[in-house]
Write a new protein. Structure first.
Length: 295
């Protein structure tokens, strides 16, 4: 049963790794097959093969791109990571099974909609005559509507809050599963000792799911440079580009619009190496703090 999964990983995860070599070519052309002699005979990049990496670091947009990427990712880590834990804890306290299923269904639903669909919904809601402006005007917060996606200063928050809206319920599933596996005798003993619901959460629930939280935190830190290309791509426009151009968007532009495939591959390799470093650091820190790690 596992063979199909292994084959899929080999074909789509390991075989494409050979393409990393294009990052060290002077100017890879898509007409050159990767496994051909023409590819190996083509000119290698200068500066010991690091020509494209150095060009990216010297790019005038480098600092802005890195700032946008890390800014959005750190906001997601600070907001989107803990909220599913809180949501799972609150949902676990709901005693009505019917109401609990109702809330779960509503919170899970946005996850199954693509960002193409949700991006269209958000663009409509955030337009000058959209739903958000109507609500803010009705409450007297605004006097007239504004096109929110046209203002760069709001873009990060739009991305983070829309990500919470889409993934909150789905991300809470693994925490709910971890909570469901806690020995109920621990809660019974706590109630006998006079512990209330809040004390039980602090002293039993959170320590019991600490391992799950730690593993997911390590993976989240390792994905800091992944700003969710689909989401930002559908919300990006020239007016907010100063705050919305992240590494993934920049890579797409130089590869698919400028056809600079070697340069784009170098940027992707830089992001992967940096992500591995973050993953390793987070793993070691978590291992020292609570003895939980991936490796």
């Amino acid at each position: 049963m596992a063979l199909s999964g292994v084959l899929w990983m080999l074909v789509f995860n390991y075989a494409p790794m050979f393409g990393v070599l294009t990052a060290f070519k002077k100017n890879y052309r898509i007409t050159e097959p990767l496994f051909s002699l023409a590819f190996f005979r083509s000119t290698w990049a200068s500066s010991a093969g690091f020509q494209h990496f150095l060009a990216f670091f010297r790019d005038p947009e480098f600092l802005n791109i890195l700032t946008n990427t890390l800014g959005i990712s750190l906001l997601k880590l600070a907001i989107s990571f803990p909220l599913p834990i809180v949501f799972a804890l609150l949902l676990n306290e709901v005693r009505s099974a019917r109401f609990k299923k109702y809330i779960q269904t509503i919170s899970y639903l946005p996850h199954f909609l693509s960002w193409v669909v949700l991006g269209g919904i958000l663009s409509t809601w955030l337009a000058d005559t959209g739903f958000l402006n109507e609500v803010l005007i009705a409450f007297g917060i605004l006097k007239e509507g504004k096109t929110w996606l046209a203002y760069p200063q709001y873009f990060w928050w739009i991305v983070v809050l829309s990500d919470v809206w889409k993934e909150l319920g789905w991300s809470a599933i693994i925490y709910l599963a971890a909570i469901a596996g806690i020995d109920q005798e621990l809660y019974e003993a706590a109630r006998v000792d006079g512990a209330g619901r809040f004390r039980q959460i602090i002293s039993i629930t959170l320590p019991s799911i600490r391992g799950t939280v730690s593993i997911l935190f390590i993976l989240a830190v390792g994905s800091l440079l992944n700003s969710n290309f689909d989401q930002i791509f559908v919300l990006w426009n020239p007016l907010n580009s100063s705050r919305s151009t992240v590494i993934d968007i920049y890579t797409y532009n130089v590869a698919m619009k400028s056809l600079r495939f070697s340069y784009a591959a170098a940027i992707g390799l830089f992001k992967s190496v940096f992500a591995f470093m973050l993953l390793f650091i987070a793993n070691q820190v978590t291992k020292r703090l609570n003895g939980v790690s991936l490796f």
